[in-house]
Design a protein around this ligand. Structure first.
Ligand code: PLP
Length: 395
C-alpha cells in the first residue's frame, strides 16, 4: 500500500506469528493441528507469582510506574544479576520494558544510526533483523550450520567486521537452535571484539535458566566487555509469563538512560501488575522453577529420539531453550504425496498440510536448510507429531 510508510512496507511479518495464524485457520476449518511453532512455555504461571499479582491489584498498583520500572523491582533485578550472572548492575543501569522485545527495540533505536552494521550470527531470533532495520541499521548475517552446532567462530566474527560495524546481537541459549555458548567460546569472541573497541554487544539471555548444559555464561563478565555489553533478559520464558510482558536490560548507565528517555516517549513504564509480580519471580530461588526445566530436558531427549528415527533428519543436540532445529536439506528435490519440496518453507508447509503439524521454516531465522520445532508441548503431542511426520515422509 503506497499510503503506508516505507518503514512498514519494508518490514516482514513475524514468521512465527504467521505460522500460528495459518495453523489457527486450519484448526477453525476442523483440522486437528498440533502446534509446535510457538516460542511459549505450555506451563501455567507458578502460583506464588499469581498471588503477588493479585495482591498488587488489591493494593491499587494502578497508576503509571516510573518509566524505567519500580525502584524495588530494579533492586530485585540487580540482586538477580549478581546471584545468577555474577554481574553488578546498579539500579540506574537497569531499565524495565514491555517484554524483552521492547528492550531490544529500545537499544536499537538509541544505539544505531543509518547504515550502522549489526552482526547477527545466523540462525538468529526472527525479530532481530526487522528491529535493526527499523532503526535504519544494516543486518549483517554470519551463516553457521549444524557442523559448528550453529555457533559463530571467532574467525567468522573477525571476517564480518568492517569499519561500519556498530554492534553484535546474539542469544545464548539460542532461539532457534538451542545452542549454548560456553564461557571459553564467549572468551574467543570477546578476544576479537576487544581489538575493536567501538563495537557494542547485545547479549540476549532470556533463556538462561533453560539450559541443560552447565552454568550459564554472560559475555559481560569477561574483562573489558562489561562497558560495551547490554545484557537483555526477562520473565517470559523461565517463569512462563509471556503474556505479562516484562523484560529488562542491564547496561552502562548512559545507555540505560537513553533507553529510558526513548521509552518515556513511546510507552512509559511497563505494566504495573506485571512488574510487581516480577519482583516475587526474581526474588524466589531458581529451584522453584526447576520442575519446568527438568520437564523441558526430558522432552528434548524424547523429541531427539523420535526425530532420530526418521530417515533424513540431521540433528545436533540443543543444550538449551525449548527448540530443536533439524537440518532437513536431505529432503530438498524430493516429492512426497505429489508435493515437491524445494526448500525449508516448502517442507514446513508440507508438514502443516500433510501431517497437521505446525513448525517454522528456518528461512525466517536466516537458515534455509532447517526448520524449528518447539517442544513446549505435552509428551503425547510430541509423540503424535513425530509419528505423523514420519508417516507423511514415508510416501
Ligand atoms: N529474545 C528471544 C531470543 C526470544 O526468543 C524472545 C521471545 O520469543 C524474546 C527475546 C522476547 O521475549 P519477550 O516475551 O520478553 O518480549
Amino acid at each position: 500500500n503506497n499510503h503506508l510508510s516505507d518503514r512498514i512496507n519494508n518490514m516482514s511479518t513475524s514468521a512465527t506469528l504467521a505460522m500460528a495464524a495459518k495453523a489457527r485457520e486450519l484448526r477453525n476449518a476442523g483440522k486437528d493441528i498440533i502446534g509446535l511453532s510457538l516460542g511459549e512455555p505450555d506451563f501455567n504461571i507458578p502460583d506464588f507469582i499469581k498471588d503477588a499479582a493479585k495482591k498488587a491489584i488489591d493494593e491499587n498498583y494502578s497508576s503509571y510506574s516510573p518509566v524505567d520500572g519500580y525502584g524495588d523491582l530494579k533492586e530485585a533485578i540487580s540482586r538477580k544479576f549478581e546471584r545468577d550472572n555474577n554481574l553488578k548492575y546498579k539500579t540506574d543501569q537497569i531499565v524495565v520494558s514491555t517484554g524483552a522485545k521492547q528492550s531490544l527495540a529500545n537499544v536499537a533505536m538509541v544505539m544505531l544510526n543509518k547504515g550502522d552494521e549489526v552482526i547477527l550470527p545466523a540462525p538468529y531470533w526472527v525479530s532481530y533483523r526487522d528491529i535493526v532495520k527499523l532503526a535504519e541499521g544494516v543486518p549483517v548475517e554470519v551463516k553457521t550450520g549444524i557442523e559448528t552446532d550453529f555457533k559463530m567462530t571467532p574467525e567468522q566474527l573477525e571476517e564480518a567486521i568492517t569499519p561500519r560495524t556498530k554492534m553484535l546481537w546474539f542469544s545464548s541459549p539460542c532461539n532457534p537452535s538451542g545452542s549454548v555458548y560456553s564461557e571459553s567460546e564467549l572468551q574467543g569472541l570477546a578476544a576479537v571484539l576487544l581489538r575493536h573497541p567501538d563495537i557494542f554487544v547485545v547479549s540476549d539471555e532470556i533463556y538462561e535458566h533453560i539450559n541443560f548444559r552447565a552454568r550459564h555464561a554472560s559475555i559481560a563478565c569477561i574483562p573489558g566487555m562489561y562497558e560495551r555489553t547490554i545484557t537483555v533478559n526477562g520473565v517470559s520464558k523461565a517463569f512462563a509469563m509471556t503474556g505479562w510482558r516484562i523484560g529488562y536490560i542491564g547496561a552502562p548507565q548512559w545507555i540505560a538512560k537513553a533507553c529510558t528517555k526513548f521509552q518515556g516517549q513511546i510507552t512509559s513504564g511497563a505494566n504495573a501488575i506485571g512488574q510487581r509480580a516480577t519482583i516475587e519471580a526474581l526474588n524466589a530461588p531458581v529451584s522453584k522453577i526447576k520442575y519446568m526445566i527438568d520437564e523441558f530436558h526430558h522432552r528434548r531427549d524424547l523429541l531427539l529420539q523420535l526425530l532420530g528415527e526418521i530417515e533424513g533428519f540431521k540433528l545436533n543436540i540443543p543444550e538449551g531453550a525449548f527448540y530443536v532445529f533439524p537440518d532437513i536439506s536431505n529432503f530438498f528435490g524430493k516429492t512426497f504425496n505429489g508435493v515437491k519440496i524445494d526448500n525449508a518453507s516448502d517442507f514446513a508447509m508440507y508438514l502443516l498440510e500433510n501431517a497437521n503439524v505446525a513448525t517454522v521454516t528456518g528461512e525466517a531465522f536466516g537458515n534455509p536448510n532447517c526448520i524449528r520445532i518447539s517442544y513446549a508441548a505435552s509428551e503425547s503431542e510430541l509423540r503424535e507429531a513425530a509419528s505423523r511426520i514420519k508417516q507423511a515422509l514415508s510416501e
